[in-house]
Design a protein around this ligand. Sequence first.
Ligand SMILES: [Zn+2]
Length: 293
Amino acid sequence: MADKKIHIIITGEDGNGRAVAVGRNTLRNLFVIAVIASACLVSGTLAALKYYHANRELAEQTRILDTKLARISEVLSRTRAERDQLAIDREELLETSISRLDEKSKVIQEVMDQIGIEIKVEDDPDHSGGPFIADERQYGELLLEQTDRYLEVIRQMPLGRPVPGRISSKYGRRTDPLVRRKAFHPGIDFRGRTGDRIRATGDAIVKKVGRNNILGRHVILSHGNGYETIFAHMSKTLVNKGEKIQRGQVIGLIGNTGRSTGSHLHYGIRRNGKSIDPMKYLRVADISLTVNR
Ligand SMILES: [Zn+2]
């Protein structure tokens, strides 16, 4: 079948014309190509638009993430700085505590030296290992333990006076007030009135509450570390055997019972079963607790 032609006439303003003959099939083909091209153009534009939007969203998300990251880094570096400062502060605090502890430990030793009392502080086997001390922390712990043990011993040690009264008879050889011949006096006598309060000179456990012809009504306290105190000629005892006593607690009242010539307190200290002179233990109250720097 012959291709029918369509004649397209193009005229100018001057009236001159030109005719172009195009086959129908060719025209149809051209139309199909135009439709396909348009479709391609539209879908391409749509795809480009979609891609553009996605790209913009991604860029925005990246920006937000970058901001967050910057903030996190800032917080992190601040936290690190704070942590470092804390570590420094802690070290300084530790050093201060140790030096203060060291000072206190020296005070205790000084006081004990002045009294002339030897304190036996046993070494903890877990912490003995020669003179080498690994670090300050370990040294601090060691000092703390040592100071604690010192304090424990001192709490129990008989220190100071049991009564405020004047001393009427000292420890040692003297002329016996009853038979008028030389005898050994194993304690200190304090003047006082019957009924005056007698106080424990250190933490202790009541070892004995008794009465006999020599000591009269008496109390013996056990302080640990080999120390015992004896209180004699009391008018009344106010504690019971086995009772726990604290320093300063009233244990009885001054009296004139037993071998006694008048109201007074006989006070004795024993160490490892032997009587010792209580005088240096009484003087503790007079020692000033200052540190030499
Ligand atoms: Zn006496």
